[in-house]
Design a binder for this molecule. Sequence first.
Ligand code: DHE
Length: 580
Amino acid sequence: MSISSLTRTVAVGALLSLTASLVSAQDKPADHANSPSGAYEPSMTTLGQIKVEIPGRKPGDPVMTPSEYQTSNQIYFERCAGCHGVLRKGATGKALTTDITRPNGFEYLRDFITYGSPVGMPNWGTSGDMTDEQVDAMARYLLLEPAVPPEWGMAEMRDSWQLIVAPADRPTEKMNDIDIDNLFSVTLRDAGQVALIDGASYEIKAIIDTGYAVHISRISASGRYLFVIGRDALVNMIDLWMETPATVAKIKVGSEARSVETSKMKGWEDKYAIAGSYWPPQYVIMDGDTLEPLKIKSTRGMIFDTQEFHPEPRVAAIVASHYRPEFIVNVKETGKILLVDYSDIKNLKVTEIEAERFLHDGGFDSTKRYFLTAANARGKIAVIDTKKGELTALLDSEGETPHPGRGANLNHPVYGPVWATSHLGDDTVALIGTDPEGNPDHAWKMVQQLYALGGGSLFVKSHPTSNHLYVDAPLNPDAEVSASVAVFKVDELGQEEPEYTVLPIGEWAGIAEGQPRVVQGEFNQEGNEIWFSVWNGANLESAIVVVDDKTLEMKHVIKDERLITPTGKFNVFNTRGDVY
Ligand code: DHE
């Protein structure tokens, strides 16, 4: 189906429904459920499970039973801490420390939680998300000192570390007939597992238990070891050479985490792994063969511009440099990008680059020299030259809340090499020039803005051999849009208003029940197929739809009762080589 009146109708309809939700957000309290950006705020679900004591009672403190306090604390970490911070010192939302909450008082807090505010606070009470009793308890909870979740230092890490198969006991050659380079590690989000799926036969080769609500997979430079991190900060190291790939080591690096990576510089392949956490705010460098924790670094410190102390700057995306023995670490709330030199971790050197607050995800340009990353709540893209170790540019993506995943690299017919990001808050896709030598006039500028299906996009994808740019929209409030993908032809991007094709991936999956969202395209090794997750409720059928990149037709649907809530997919070859 190429662009047609139908496509336009879908796109305009989506835009209208999104616009409606954005306009209404200005008039009435925002609702997390219908605003894509709101729906995507971090949820500290693991921290919510930790048992905390009521802080010592002071005169005038409101009365709370231990069970009310525990429930309120869980609600706070799951629903509020993403914006207001674990320690309530504020992040994208306002600070809620007692010097602010107490002068405002119980009634004010209760009404604020009930009705929300036009600037983004959801109406938890009137939306029915919290009962009157819960709102009442939350207002009292906020009048008490914040609960401080425990730290997670070397002692806790070492206690949690399990070397299940020591390097000496592992195979010395590949013991299976799996084509590892074309294997996909698929996140089974709500099952706390990954599925290893063969890229040619679509057969599930293994299902491996991992951390809770597992987030991403990364591959060691050699391609032998797969690293997976759960939201509960559990890292699994999986040996793909074993007869049936299995976990050979695991470690818990904190209480809440999202990122893991391995050393990729020539001469340092498979030597180290790194994981970053949301709580405690820190990263840890581990032995690449065993996950033994070697060096923990806190990210607490000054915000890059105000030079004010921030007690809990979360570690977001981490990538490994191909130009220097360095990990590139995004520190969200302080707006710093760290270049962590792993060549001598006893005398660790960290280059601290001032970028922008609320750094989230990002990826390399096609030469892998430049790292482009979104400061999403500020609408900016920071560009790091990983060869020189400095900030090259900071530009506006001119859309609401850029969310690139790792982005997509295209060879634009007019502007040469460009990198793309879509946006959570609107239908725009920004194309940014990445070729300072061949196309200096266009480098680090937004050279073109495309209009895709609507807001709620999370990921874009392309491949060096593909003529297509795929844009998903899983968080779009319109069910049809959230189950579709827009595809632009790269060689037509020079046209005044490039058209796109809509792929009804959700419909192709043929799922009868639920309202599955289609998320994150990932190419196979050859670059002739792209896989999309059809992400349904945990008790409902989900699927992976494989699309032929040349014809844009459905090639195969992977269904299996073990495929519970598939989301991210990571092809071994593409992930280890940063091909996207
Ligand atoms: Fe993600 C990447 C954080 C919600 C699927 N996600 C990332 C990265 C971060 C992050 C920091 C970059 C890691 C890196 O490159 O090292 N994600 C967060 C959140 O804080 C957030 C907003 C809320 C939360 O509570 O976790 C969040 N993410 C989601 C989802 O709801 C998604 C859609 C489904 C899921 O599995 O949970 C989701 N995130 C992904 C995926 C990637 C990712 C698939 C990797 C994309 C890639 O191609 O690299």
